[in-house]
Structure formats: C-alpha cells, structure tokens
Design a protein around this ligand. Structure first.
Ligand code: 5GP
Length: 190
C-alpha cells in the first residue's frame, strides 16, 4: 500500500537490526485517516472470506483492527494481555512471547466473545516471528472457530512468521512488506 510505505519512509525509525519504530502514526500517536484507509484495504482484501469477527491483541493491533472490522461490518475483539493469571474457566488463554519486549504474556479472550463455527480474521500491526498470530490462532482453535485470514499492517519478510503461516496454508495479506533494513533505511519487498 503506497501511502503506508511513504509514511514508513517519512516517519519510521529503524532501531538496531530488526525493529521499526512507528509510534508517530501507529504505535503511540495514531493517524485515524491512515487507519481508515488501511481498514478499507483489509476490507477489500478479505471481502470474499465471509468474516464474522475481527480478532487482535492489545494494544497496537486495536487501531487497524477496528477500522478493518468497520469496513467488514463485523465486531472486533481484542485479546487482553496479562502477566499473571487468575485462571478462569470463562476465558481462552494462550502464551505469547513478545519480540520487542522480550517477555511472555498470557493473552486472553472471554469465552462470551468467540464462538464455535465463527469465521475469524486476525489483524495485527507487525508480523515478525509469528508469536502473536500463533497465540491468537490457538485461541480461535480452542473456541472451535476458524481462522480464515491474517491481515498485517507491516510484515518483516526477513523474519520467520510469514513462512510459518504460509506453510500452514493461512491466507495472509500485508499492507507493507519490509525485506531488510540497510544502514538505518527501510528496503521494501517487491
Ligand atoms: P511476532 O509475534 O510476529 O514475533 O511479533 C509481532 C508483535 O511484536 C507485534 O504485535 C508487534 O507489537 C511487535 N513487533 C514485532 N516487530 C516489531 C517492530 O519492528 N516494531 C514494532 N513497533 N513492533 C514490533
């Protein structure tokens, strides 16, 4: 998506070898016009998948997920992160190792908001090693619902998440694909 690539070039900052900071428009301050255009694009990309619900994980997935859900005219649910859990029979829970924070969180969704047979679109801000998406897929599985697609704002193709999802035959769509960081600059995949 051209406007997203332009925005990444303008406002993204490369940190170290493999992290992109986009807190100017996505991860801290949020640009609602851009979110709306991204949500509409997800709506077009997944128009044929008969989606019942959009699922993401707090906090940075929420902005793109809510606009995708609005475009698809379905509810959006976000998994909550908890460091310690008072285990509840009313929630689905998965462990997710955070690539940027280097810690494991439990992510949970109340059983009232995910039902057997529902067709679910997972949305997240970044795809790196695929841990966040895998945790959400485990939760969807536990609910006996079905993941029919994964929509990612920024995919880093040089990390292993995309290959892992492709191997599982998951329909993945990314709005920007980064092939590498070179001398602090972003190199987009074709
Ligand atoms: P994964 O679970 O695929 O390894 O990583 C995805 C999660 O880690 C995303 O939910 C995102 O919050 C965070 N993340 C991964 N890579 C980056 C990055 O380069 N920049 C930022 N801001 N977050 C990232």
């Amino acid at each position: 998506m051209k406007i997203l690539e332009e925005r990444i070039k303008k406002d993204g900052r490369v940190l170290g070898e493999d992290v992109l900071k986009v807190d100017n428009f996505l991860n801290h301050q949020v640009d609602p016009q851009l979110m709306q255009e991204m949500g509409d694009e997800f709506g077009r990309l997944f128009a044929d998948e008969k989606i019942d619900k959009v699922l993401t994980v707090e906090s940075s997935g929420i902005a793109p997920a809510i606009f995708a859900a609005a475009a698809l005219k379905v509810p959006m649910v976000f998994a909550r992160k908890k460091k310690s859990i008072t285990l509840s029979a009313e929630s689905y829970i998965a462990d997710v190792y955070s690539f940027t924070k280097q810690e494991t969180n439990h992510v949970m969704i109340d059983k009232r908001f995910l039902h057997e047979g529902e067709r679910v679109l997972i949305i997240d801000d970044f795809l790196a090693n695929g841990q966040a998406v895998t945790g959400l897929m485990e939760i969807v599985d536990a609910a006996q619902a079905q993941v029919v697609g994964v929509g990612i704002v920024i995919e880093k193709t040089f990390q292993k998440g995309r290959a892992m999802l492709d191997e599982q035959g998951v329909h993945v769509e990314s709005l920007a694909r980064i092939a590498a960081f070179e001398d602090g600059h972003v190199v987009f995949a074709d």
